[in-house]
Design a binder for this molecule. Structure first.
Ligand code: ADP
Ligand code: TRP
Length: 334
């Protein structure tokens, strides 16, 4: 690995199959950044315990995710890929950061409130301190940029606050990291019914997974919510229509996008045609990713090798940060 490159880190929870939101919100940027930065990408298996207590499939999903990430463009020789639970240095940093995080700010976090609403019988302390563990993930490599989707913006803002508090109180150990996207805005891919974002745990027919076969992709897109079309020229698009245009902009040609934009503005849009085109382009886009992931999934020894190599590199970086952290805190008793 080259010296003096800025450091990038991001993670994803092993709670299901990867979908278009994960790809365009995160993985696409990761795949490009690995050539420009020193990159760490990891499977946040500890984080998944906050909402998914059943661990019987955790290892399986973690390993499948590694295959999907590589199918989607990560190169394990260019970036460091590991499982969070293989890095015991993270919980020590998490402990220190917990003393710098206040109950009030944790309770105000949007993701906490949302998850607490969804699982009222399991509002565990891990859920409350989720952003602190995430900050430990990020700060353990003294990272500069965190490529994530729009939904993670607040967590990165909190990480910046914890880093600044630590530096202010104990001395400058951490760079203050920033959320990152190559486009000018962080991306949000909407669910196909237009209600909220595509998500691993949302309604399966409204989310397109990188593992879906051609037929299923077509079926999902053709069932996506539309309406009669606009009646006034140059109308504002409803969110569910904008969501389809966003996908078209990501996987179709500029020509195709312009054609349907013009049709919409002239009130001549035929959503059936647009969805057919979108399905064709999505199928062309997803098939090679799915196929590459499938090949790797059939090679468990290679996944072992990737995770072992990744954990070794990540622990080296994590250990050297912890040395500085302990020094700053004054924990050098032995
Ligand atoms: P999910 O919400 O599906 O469980 P994660 O929370 O594990 O996915 O998110 C992993 C990455 O994918 C994060 O960087 C997140 O910002 C991004 N992401 C997830 N869903 C979307 C979406 N619908 N649009 C844009 N980015 C997304
Ligand atoms: N909270 C992130 C999500 O739900 C996953 C995650 C855990 C993460 N630790 C991280 C993302 C560190 C970026 C950096 O998507």
């Amino acid at each position: 690995m080259e010296k003096n490159k800025e450091i990038v880190l991001s993670g994803i929870r092993p709670t299901g199959f990867l979908h278009l939101g994960n790809y365009f919100g995160a993985l696409k940027n990761w795949a490009r950044m690995q050539y420009e930065y020193e990159c760490y990408f990891f499977i946040a298996d500890w984080h998944s315990l906050t909402t998914h207590a059943d661990t019987s499939e955790l290892s399986l999903i973690t390993r499948r995710l590694v295959a999907e990430l590589i199918g989607g463009g990560l190169d394990p020789e260019k970036c460091t890929i590991y499982a969070q639970s293989d890095i015991p240095e993270i919980p020590e940093l998490y402990l220190y950061l917990n003393m710098l995080a206040y109950k009030g700010e944790l309770e105000k976090t949007v993701t906490f409130k949302e998850k607490a609403r969804r699982q009222p019988d399991n509002i565990n302390a891990g859920l409350l301190t989720y952003p602190v563990l995430q900050a430990a993930d990020i700060l353990i490599h003294r990272c500069h940029y965190v490529p994530v989707g729009k939904d993670q913006e607040q967590h990165i803002e909190m990480t910046r606050n914890f880093a600044e508090r630590f530096n202010h109180r104990y001395g400058d150990v951490f760079p203050v990291p920033k959320a990152f996207s190559y486009g000018k805005d962080l991306v949000k891919i909407l669910s196909l019914d237009g209600s909220g974002k595509m998500s691993k745990s949302e309604q399966q027919m409204n989310t397109v997974y990188l593992n879906d076969d051609d037929e299923l992709i077509r079926k999902k897109i053709m069932k996506a919510r539309t309406d009669q079309g606009p009646t006034e020229p140059n109308s504002t698009k409803p969110e569910y229509i904008q969501g389809l245009f966003t996908l078209l902009g990501l996987v179709s040609s500029q020509e195709v996008l312009t054609k349907f934009e013009n049709d919409f503005n002239l009130c001549q849009i035929r959503y059936g045609d647009m969805k057919k085109q979108l399905a064709d382009d999505l199928i062309r886009f997803i098939a090679p990713i799915r196929n590459k992931a499938a090949v790797l999934q059939n090679d468990p020894a290679e996944i072992d090798r990737i995770l072992t190599m990744g954990a070794e590199k990540a622990r080296k970086s994590a250990e050297s940060t912890l040395v500085e952290v302990r020094k700053a805190l004054g924990f050098r008793h032995l």
